[in-house]
Design a protein around this ligand. Structure first.
Ligand code: SAM
Length: 257
């Protein structure tokens, strides 16, 4: 890893207004897949970890008993709370806390979700063991997170992501997720990979990238051979300019036996 990753709270507090209005986060295609795999019902007590501006928690809320959204960044949670009030959602609450040390007792949730966030966690194995602990036996964890197509390209991908958003930590492969979740005690029940094509201009504006950072990202992309660039999901226009990339998003349901 080059350089220290930046704290997510600092990064996301600074960008909270942009996330609150981002359609990709509010309604992007991983959300319906996550909801289908989670299969929420009226008896469910849910926890949405790294809820950000509450997109996943507020999509779950109408279908279950209660949902708690947790995040490190108070600025993101303020948007989540305001949206819940605007939309008259009475069964959602939002709390500040860390995914790696969940401030809840054992076995108090039937469903835990975390969407577009675990790649920020510095200690994902602690998050998985915490999710396991707070779930009831028979409960489920449903994750949606961007993945790397190959272990060989992961260092390049992590550097690319971290240049754009210094709070990026690691974009794991499916095989790494399988090993980590099995070690935490989960059963891998169902999974789908949802591709996100992200426009380069939108993607860099969303993170508040400076012109220097945009240049550094283009230079980083230029380090790959054409075959590697295809594998990394990069898209160029006819003049060879980087215009977009495709991020595969793993959505997986994990059951606590
Ligand atoms: C892309 S946003 C969240 C998206 C949101 N889950 C959704 O469905 O739209 C990532 C969030 O992860 C939070 N985050 C990062 N690391 C965290 C940690 N260790 N514990 C709790 N929240 C964390 C950030 O503060 C940020 O709000």
């Amino acid at each position: 890893m080059t350089g220290e990753p930046r704290s997510s709270a600092a990064q996301f507090n600074a960008r909270a207004d942009h996330y609150a209005t981002s359609e990709i986060h509010r309604a992007g295609p991983s959300l319906p897949v996550l909801l289908a795999l989670a299969a929420p019902g009226p008896g469910d007590e849910a926890l949405d970890v790294a809820t950000g501006t509450g997109n996943t928690a507020l999509a779950l809320a109408p279908q279950l008993a209660h949902v708690t959204g947790l995040d490190l960044a108070e600025g993101m949670l303020a948007h989540a709370q305001a949206r819940a009030e605007r939309e008259g959602v009475a069964n959602a609450r939002f709390v500040v806390g860390s995914a790696e040390a969940l401030p809840f007792g054992d076995g108090v949730f039937t469903l835990v979700t975390s969407r577009h966030a675990p790649h920020h966690f510095w200690h994902v194995e602690r998050f998985l063991s915490e999710a396991f602990r707070v779930l009831t036996p028979g409960g489920r964890l449903v994750l949606a997170d961007q993945i790397s197509g190959s272990a060989v390209l992961q260092p390049w991908t992590d550097e690319y992501q971290r240049l754009r958003d210094p709070s990026h930590f690691a974009q794991r492969t499916v095989e790494a997720w399988q090993a980590l979740t099995a070690a935490a005690g989960f059963r891998w029940t169902a999974a789908e990979v949802v591709p996100y094509r992200l426009d380069f201009g939108w993607w860099t504006r969303q993170a508040g990238c400076t012109p220097q950072t945009v240049q550094a990202l283009r230079a980083h992309a230029a380090r790959l051979s054409p075959a590697e660039a295809r594998q990394a999901g990069l898209h160029f226009d006819q003049g060879g300019d980087l215009v977009a990339h495709t991020e595969p998003m793993l959505v997986v349901r994990l059951d606590k036996p």
